[in-house]
Design a protein around this ligand. Structure first.
Ligand SMILES: *[C@@H]1O[C@H](CO)[C@@H](O)[C@H](O)[C@H]1NC(C)=O
Ligand SMILES: *[C@@H]1O[C@H](CO)[C@@H](O)[C@H](O)[C@H]1NC(C)=O
Length: 246
């Protein structure tokens, strides 16, 4: 019995030693430094540069485009995008039950980021799930929660990825780079989820860049009482990703 134990221990130690290459022991987790701010803009990081659009949308920012009273489609701009904040009580934020808001209109109203569910589809592109920025609370669970990932970015509380796509927006009958949510599909061979990026689109993350949340004027219908402090980056485009990891 004692011998078996020793043998197992020795085999165990040997296989661990051979499984861990020498260099990886020296890798210390290293992440881009973040700051805290209630206000932030959402900056595009193209996660698979080989599939980037032409021109590149890396570094572009999220900006709603008006599509009707209280309705905006989520689009990207090469200029500065709109300012958002993470709304919710401390517990709601912690458990990913807050939402992402922006103020719009006069007097200012809250607008929330809405992500269509897996069973909801865009009216013009019925295979795609729309993202919009409309009057209201937004989709609960759309948040900056990133656990267990050490980076902070927008998540939809679902397995999938945001994507940027050139699409015709019927209200303008004109093409914009819009944001959609692509739910992962399940690969039965590997038992792993796989990204399901629609034709002509590129997968993106939307990363918070710290900004100043403007004060609300007297008589606003928005409130910043539950605007949480968010972890954000000073300059998203300046982050040199290969420097960070593992
Ligand atoms: C940003 O994009 C790069 C590829 O350009 C990728 O390596 C990195 O993981 C991405 N970071 C996040 C947080 O999406
Ligand atoms: C912001 O969060 C608070 C706390 O949960 C909630 O009462 C309020 O309705 C939220 N605001 C909006 C516009 O959803």
């Amino acid at each position: 019995m004692a011998m078996f134990k020793t043998l197992f221990a020795a085999v165990g130690a040997a296989s661990i030693a051979s499984a861990v290459p020498l260099e990886s022991r020296q890798v210390i987790p290293n992440y881009p430094p973040n700051e805290l701010s209630t206000g932030f803009r959402l900056v595009v990081n193209v996660t698979d540069p080989a599939t980037d659009l032409t021109p590149s949308v890396d570094g572009w920012e999220l900006q709603g485009i008006h599509t009707g009273a209280g309705f905006n489609d989520a689009a990207l701009t090469s200029e500065k995008g709109q300012i958002f904040y993470h709304n919710g009580t401390a517990a709601e934020i912690r458990f990913g039950e807050g939402s992402i808001l922006s103020d719009g209109g006069s007097p200012p109203f809250p607008f929330g980021i809405y992500v269509q569910g897996e069973d909801q589809f865009d009216a013009t592109y019925p295979a795609e799930h729309d993202v919009s920025i409309n009057v209201g609370s937004g989709t609960i669970g759309v948040s900056l929660l990133s656990f267990p990932d050490p980076y902070f970015y927008l998540t939809a509380h679902a397995t999938g990825t945001f994507v940027a796509c050139p699409r015709t927006v019927p209200y303008y009958n004109q093409e914009f780079i819009v944001v959609r949510f692509a739910y992962d599909t399940f690969d039965p061979d590997t038992a792993l989820p796989v990204h399901n990026v629609p034709e002509g689109c590129t997968a993106i993350t939307l990363i918070p860049e710290c900004d100043v949340l403007p004060e609300l004027p007297e008589g606003s219908l928005s409130s910043h009482e539950y605007a949480a402090e968010s972890k954000c980056y000073k300059d998203v485009s300046a982050i040199n990703w290969p420097e960070y990891g593992p």
